[in-house]
Each structure stands twice: as structure tokens, then as C-alpha cells.
Design a binder for this molecule. Structure first.
Ligand SMILES: Cc1cc2nc3c(=O)[nH]c(=O)nc-3n(C[C@H](O)[C@H](O)[C@H](O)COP(=O)(O)OP(=O)(O)OC[C@H]3O[C@@H](n4cnc5c(N)ncnc54)[C@H](O)[C@@H]3O)c2cc1C
Length: 130
């Protein structure tokens, strides 16, 4: 499944709020990998919700945060990745931001979904990072 870009982010809030992560280009957000939940509603009922059981509630949990009950278990679709996964940051001097972002725009337009890439400034270090 897609975990957080920051891998220490809690799985519950991450999934209930969406869930941006390194596998999202290929496998969607964390919530796209959610198959079912068990949750406790405000009136104390324990329910299973999925595309087949309480589908409206299931839809609402996928992005609706903690507004619809306390989720006590999550069932996820898993995907094989690897055997080699490459990642990292490349920092460029901020003065090169224009060239770098034009290059980034051109190269990413044709990348397959196996790649998840971001570009943005790192204000403290005065650099632009990919
Ligand atoms: C340092 C940092 C890095 C982050 N990185 C990413 C990232 O890479 N990708 C991304 O998508 N987001 C990221 N986020 C945002 C993060 O996904 C959200 O803040 C998320 O809500 C955190 O979930 P939590 O369970 O850790 O937090 P909490 O603050 O415990 O929960 C957030 C909300 O979800 C509710 N909630 C938590 N658990 C349950 C449950 N079991 N049932 C019902 N409601 C529940 C809480 O009541 C609260 O409203 C990051 C946030 C921080 C601070």
C-alpha cells in the first residue's frame, strides 16, 4: 500500500485524510488501497464498512478524517515492490531554479507511473530540490 512520504506518519490519520506517499503515482493514495474498516460510531455501534457493507460510510471514511467514527481496524490492498527501490534528494543552487524546473517539467511529462517525484524550494538551505 502507499504509506506516507514521511514514513513515521501514523497510518490511521494518514489514510483517513488521504495519504500522499512514494507509491502513489502507481498505486494511488493510501485511501485508494483501503478495502474495509471496522469502526465504532458515536452511538457505540461496531460496524464493518466496505464497498459492500455500509458503502456510504466507507466512502466517507476515505478522506473524511475522524468525523464518522473511531476506526479500530483497517484492511489494505498490498502491492509487491522492488526488488530494487531507488530514492533520494538532489539539491541545486537556488539561482539555477529556472533551468532546473524547466528540465523537471520536460523530463517528468514522459515518466512512467513507477516514478513519484516532487520539486520545490528548501528555503533554509537556499536550494531547489528534486
Ligand atoms: C511531520 C509530518 C509529516 C507528514 N507527512 C505526510 C505524508 O508524507 N503524507 C501525507 O499524506 N500526510 C502527511 N502528513 C499529514 C498526516 O497524514 C496527517 O497529519 C495525519 O492526519 C496524521 O495522522 P495521525 O494518525 O498520525 O495523527 P492524529 O493527529 O492522531 O490524527 C489526525 C486526525 O485523524 C483522526 N484519527 C486518528 N486516528 C483515528 C482513528 N483510528 N479513527 C478515527 N479517526 C482517527 C484524529 O481524530 C484527527 O482528527 C504529515 C504530517 C506531519 C506532522
Amino acid at each position: 500500500m502507499t504509506g506516507g512520504v514521511v514514513s513515521t506518519t501514523g497510518v490511521a490519520g494518514l489514510t483517513l485524510g488521504g495519504g500522499l506517499g512514494w507509491l502513489m503515482s502507481k498505486h494511488g493514495l493510501a485511501l485508494d488501497n483501503l478495502q474495509s474498516v471496522e469502526l465504532v460510531t458515536a452511538n457505540g455501534r461496531v460496524l464493518q464498512a466496505s464497498s459492500k457493507e455500509h458503502p456510504d460510510l466507507f466512502w466517507a471514511t476515505r478522506g473524511g478524517g475522524g468525523n464518522f467514527g473511531v476506526v479500530t481496524s483497517f484492511e489494505f490492498q498490498l502491492h509487491s515492490v522492488g526488488p530494487t527501490v531507488t530514492g533520494g534528494i538532489i539539491a541545486h543552487p537556488f539561482e539555477r531554479a529556472g533551468d532546473m524546473l524547466r528540465f523537471y517539467r520536460d523530463i517528468t511529462a514522459a515518466l512512467p507511473d513507477d516514478h513519484t517525484v516532487f520539486a520545490g524550494p528548501e528555503a533554509k538551505k537556499g536550494s531547489i530540490c528534486v
